[in-house]
Design a protein around this ligand. Structure first.
Ligand code: AMP
Length: 540
């Protein structure tokens, strides 16, 4: 016997329809690449997404399962693609604009993109690889000036495409298990791999993100979407925002700390999501600009470990709560979020910061287990580390057209490659990536713990710790730092004294390198593979 309730498909069009019916006058603001402020409503988004779906079907001849690439900044047009492309039955393949030309060429050909929607400012990057693209029939250019020209083949203006389209696109044929979007991993350990999201997984993820214990998104919020729309669908926040009726603000290419602060002040933004590097920059700019208060109330921060002093500084000086989150491209991405509970009220300030610096608890809809090297589950004791394995309603089942099952266990869990401990209340703490682990004389050293600690030193802006080969211990940690003020050098001796109260002697890095910049991946994370390569070539 089955339950006697309706089968109501969980599709992205349902989110769009809901936003249109219930919050039609809610605003979406974009600060466009040419700095113009654009504003329209959920009703406008709905109508233009319908036009886009219609244009894809009837002008470009696309249908179910066709891949359509986007190569764009964060703005309302990119949001129209998030909805309009899947609404036509096609798949919205967001391409990371920071990948190398070789990687971009690889993923466009691998995905077999039929058309690319591209911001005019990014066209030169694509002109370089156009002759190597085997499946792209043409380009739709966004935000182009009137006198715009390009060597890209078969191109047209986005607004012209929409102006020829009708608003009565039929999206009744979309089913919840259909693919809606694809995002490639950043490919730090080989070629990028495609993660193909379904309508259902994306809707469930967005619903969970909205919940009060999670990102707590509601119609009271004005959200600034800083996480690039080309990176894991901007962490699903645009979908969550439309679903909940939040006012949404996009900064397009204006991601420098001063620009973000200007936007936050002008648009009265109370919630924003981005990686720690962005918030380190914003904090420094607030201080140097002498700005004492800002409308922000909550930051959702993930993608890399958040330094505890950042959490503390925002709380104490600006009354802004940092909510630490963890996830991956393969997990849509959000799996954990860290908020304090009523029983934590009696903790000391220091204990509260320590707990909030953990990556948080699994969201409803996901499960985490920590597996030891002997393939048995680690206890949730906050001490025993193991590999993080995940399953859930928005977790990858297999990569797009990749046969290898290396990242999946036989009993159906996704192997994340991250190493963590879990405390008795289910707060996870990431200690490393399996491939970045440092094993010195048979003992593990957490590079993340060292980095977070070094970044609390007043002279240090950024720190990254890598394993380097060692004759006696096999591996030893090497610390690389970027200084806040290049004149104020930190010595190895000074660093050692600073770390000594917090680490065992064998864990303290034997060497220190002062760099002008730490190599970063295409999504802004420390690129440890590149650092190890530079070290091996004597260039670090
Ligand atoms: P990506 O798929 O590019 O989003 O990268 C996912 C990886 O980023 C994870 O496997 C982690 O190694 C890292 N990561 C994401 N969030 C956090 C976090 N809050 N703390 C530490 N590492 C994180």
């Amino acid at each position: 016997m089955e339950g006697l309730m309706m089968q109501y498909p969980l599709t992205l069009t349902m989110i769009l329809e809901h936003g249109y019916r219930i919050h039609p006058t809610k605003q979406i603001v974009s600060i466009l690449p040419d700095k113009r402020r654009h504003q329209y409503t959920f009703a406008d988004l709905y109508k233009r997404s319908k036009r886009l779906a219609h244009a894809l079907r009837h002008q470009l001849g696309l249908g179910k399962g066709d891949m359509v690439g986007t190569y764009a900044w964060n703005h309302h047009q990119h949001l129209e693609m998030y909805f309009g492309i899947p609404a036509s039955g096609a798949i919205c393949h967001t391409i990371n604009i920071r990948l190398s030309a070789t990687q971009t060429e690889f993923i466009v050909n691998h995905a077999e993109d039929k058309y690319i929607f591209i911001d005019a400012t990014l066209v030169p990057q694509f002109e370089k690889i156009r002759s190597a693209l085997t499946t792209v029939r043409g380009f739709i250019v966004l935000n182009a000036p009137e006198d715009f020209t390009t060597t890209l083949h078969n191109w047209q203006h986005y607004e012209e495409l929409l102006s020829r389209a009708s608003e009565d696109a039929d999206w009744s044929l979309i089913e919840e298990d259909d693919p809606c979007a694809m995002c490639y991993t950043s490919g730090t350990t080989g070629q990028p791999k495609g993660v193909l999201y379904s309508h259902r997984s994306t809707v469930l993820h967005a619903m969970s993100v909205c919940m009060p214990n999670h990102a707590n998104v509601s119609f009271h919020d004005t959200m600034l979407i800083i996480v690039p729309q080309f990176h894991v669908m901007a962490w699903g926040f645009p979908f969550a925002g439309i679903m909940a009726g939040a006012r949404i603000v996009f900064p397009s290419m204006h991601m420098q700390p001063e620009s973000l602060i200007r936007i936050i002040l002008a648009e009265n933004v109370n919630k924003a999501a981005a990686v720690p590097t962005i918030w380190l920059g914003v904090y420094a700019a607030l201080k140097s600009g002498g700005i004492k208060s800002i409308p922000l109330k909550e930051l959702i921060v993930g993608g890399a470990a958040v330094p505890p002093n950042l959490i503390e500084n925002f709380q104490q000086e600006f009354n802004i709560t940092v909510v630490h989150s963890w996830g991956m491209t393969e997990t849509s991405p959000v799996v954990t979020m860290g908020r304090l509970q009523p029983e934590h009220a009696s903790l000391s300030d220091e204990q509260k910061i320590t707990l909030r610096a953990r990556q948080g608890q699994p969201l409803f809809g996901t499960e985490i287990r920590i597996m030891k090297e002997d393939h048995t589950p680690a206890p949730w004791d906050g001490i025993t580390p193991g590999e993080v394995q995940v399953r859930g309603a928005w977790v990858i089942e297999s990569y797009y057209q990749v046969k290898s099952r290396d990242n999946f266990t036989e009993d159906g869990w996704f192997r994340t490659g991250d190493v963590a401990t879990m405390d008795p209340q289910g707060y996870m703490q990431i200690t490393d990536r399996t491939k970045d682990l440092i094993k010195s004389g048979g003992e593990w050293i957490s590079s993340v713990a060292l980095e977070l600690s070094i970044m609390t030193h007043p002279k240090v802006r950024e720190a990254s710790v890598i394993a380097i080969p060692d004759d006696k211990w096999l591996e030893r940690p090497l610390a690389c730092v970027v200084l806040k003020d290049p004149e104020e050098i930190i010595s190895h001796q000074e660093l050692t004294e600073f770390l000594t109260p917090h680490f065992a002697k064998f864990q303290i890095p034997d060497q220190l390198r002062i760099l002008l910049e730490i190599p970063k991946t295409s999504v802004g994370k420390f690129d440890k593979k590149e650092m190890r390569r530079l070290y091996a070539e004597g260039k670090l």
